[in-house]
Design a protein around this ligand. Structure first.
Ligand SMILES: Nc1nc2c(c(=O)[nH]1)N[C@H]1C(S)=C(S)[C@@H](COP(=O)(O)OP(=O)(O)OC[C@H]3O[C@@H](n4cnc5c(N)ncnc54)[C@H](O)[C@@H]3O)O[C@H]1N2
Ligand code: MOO
Length: 433
């Protein structure tokens, strides 16, 4: 066999890996990146680099849950129905103040919601359940009903005890986490640095977004889509444009990108056509190749290599395949590099909303809409889900996983779905219905 035949031969005879096997081959090279400190307000969406333990109990003092009077519950025990018990008011405690006097039998303190309950008091009686009077210049509060100890008092450490784990490392920071960090006086948060992801497209047919359409050409929609997906995954996308189908150009672009970024994603040119330069380029150094075929549709031609320790993910040019390939391979790498606890798409179970008859000998990942009817989750395959189709990507909430052996699926079947990130768009169609 001469070398040209060898190239052709290896182009056509690819060893296909199962998706899980392909995922575990690449995830091995997705090393958690170094840490950095960011201001609290910039931390949403970032991943915590280290666990947060409560530095003090929360609340840090016994807290009043009502505006009213702090007193000793036992003082209200001796009451007959309808009688008023009169207690001397010895203090007035606004929020933020430290009580000046301890409460002893026969006394009470006026207190506001959120203020520190004074020593000795074990209950707070709400203002509406009290009366007040002045006797010889002394203010007194009258209590009509029997009150139990502990009412309207949130004890110290009720939410968190000192030293308790509040936020584990690898957790993506959201609004509730911000509240915890703020409450514990953490103005700068240690997070994992965002991976820098170089993105470029290959294809002589590609025009930039701003260019007018000309015969035979299409606009490069995959690069901006990948840019958005990388950003959505917490990565820092670096747009390297589109190159024509020229292997020399691709080689130098790949080399530069691998030396400069934490991950390189390309789209297009991985099939067996005469101009599928990314496939050829990766095969040149087959020792570095992790795989160049996966038993999935769309995206069977998804290719991965590792060079100088950096991953190169060559996704298909077909928009549907590029989208699915990103979620199955690129997103987990980007998340893992940020130390995410669960880098893969979550697996849910749904009811299939409509018949799906397409099958082949590869696992299908069918772009689908999600809806909830009477408390049950339904997945509806999008109207057209071919690998080459772009327009239905926007309607996808999940990917239904259709195993290769199935004879086609019927409406009502239980199906495994991979939930895509973000809100469920399918629910928008139900708004107002
Ligand atoms: N003889 C064979 N032909 C094909 C095979 C095969 O096994 N044997 N595989 C098919 C499958 S499956 C897929 S998927 C595609 C994969 O093709 P490539 O990944 O090499 O992608 P291209 O050929 O470069 O482009 C495919 C398609 O997508 C359009 N495209 C490309 N880049 C972009 C972009 N940045 N934005 C929008 N659209 C893009 C391109 O114009 C083509 O229409 O190969 C099958 N063929
Ligand atoms: O790689 Mo293709 O997208 O399987 O159809």
């Amino acid at each position: 066999m001469n070398s040209r035949e060898e190239v052709t031969h290896s182009k056509f005879h690819r060893k296909a890996l199962q998706v899980k096997e392909a995922q575990s081959r690449i995830i091995e090279y997705a090393k958690v990146l170094d840490t950095e400190e960011v201001p609290l307000y910039q931390s949403p969406g970032r991943y915590l680099a280290e666990p947060v333990y409560a530095p003090h109990p929360f609340p840090a003092f016994n807290r009043s849950g009502m505006d009213g009077y702090a007193l000793i519950a036992a003082d209200t025990e001796v009451m007959n129905e309808g009688d008023l018990i009169w207690l001397d008011i010895v203090d007035n405690i606004p929020c933020g103040a430290v009580p000046a006097v301890d409460i002893r039998r026969g006394t009470a303190a006026r207190i506001m919601t959120g203020a520190q309950v004074p020593q000795g008091a074990d209950t707070v009686v709400m203002l509406e359940a009290t009366e007040s009077r002045e006797v010889d210049g002394l203010l007194q509060v009258g209590i009509r009903k029997l009150h139990k100890a502990g009412r309207n008092v949130t004890p110290i450490g009720f939410e968190l005890r000192e030293g308790e784990l509040v936020l584990p490392a690898g957790r993506m920071i959201k609004a509730g986490d911000i509240a915890v960090l703020a409450a514990f006086g953490i103005p700068f948060v240690k997070v994992i640095r965002r991976p820098k992801v170089g993105i470029f497209a290959t294809g002589t047919e590609l025009l930039e977004v701003h260019e007018p359409l000309v015969p035979g050409k299409i606009r490069n929609s995959n690069s901006p889509m990948l840019e958005a997906l990388v950003r959505e995954s917490g990565g820092d996308p670096v747009m390297l444009g589109a190159i024509v189908d020229d292997i020399e150009l691709a080689r130098s672009k790949v080399q530069m990108a691998l030396e400069s970024y934490d991950l390189v994603i390309t789209t297009g040119g991985v099939s067996v056509g005469d101009y599928d330069i990314m496939g050829d380029l990766i095969r040149e150094n087959s020792g570095d190749m992790l795989f160049n075929k996966v038993t999935m549709r769309p995206g069977s031609v998804t290719t991965a290599a590792v060079r100088g320790g950096t991953l190169l993910l060559a996704l298909s040019g077909n928009p549907g395949a590029c989208f699915v390939g990103f979620h199955l391979f690129a997103r987990p790498v980007i998340l893992q590099m940020q130390g995410a606890v669960q880098p893969f798409l979550p697996e849910w179970t749904a009811v299939l909303g409509a018949e799906y008859s397409k099958v082949n000998n590869y696992t299908r990942f069918v772009r689908s809409r999600l809806e909830i009817h009477e408390g049950r989750l339904y997945a509806y395959p999008v109207s057209i889900d071919e690998s080459s189709v772009m327009v239905t990507i926007k309607d996808s909430d999940c990917l239904i996983v259709v195993p290769p052996e199935e004879r086609g699926l019927s409406a009502g079947d239980s199906v495994k779905v991979l939930k895509l990130p973000g809100e469920i768009r399918g629910l928008e169609s139900m708004a107002g219905s």
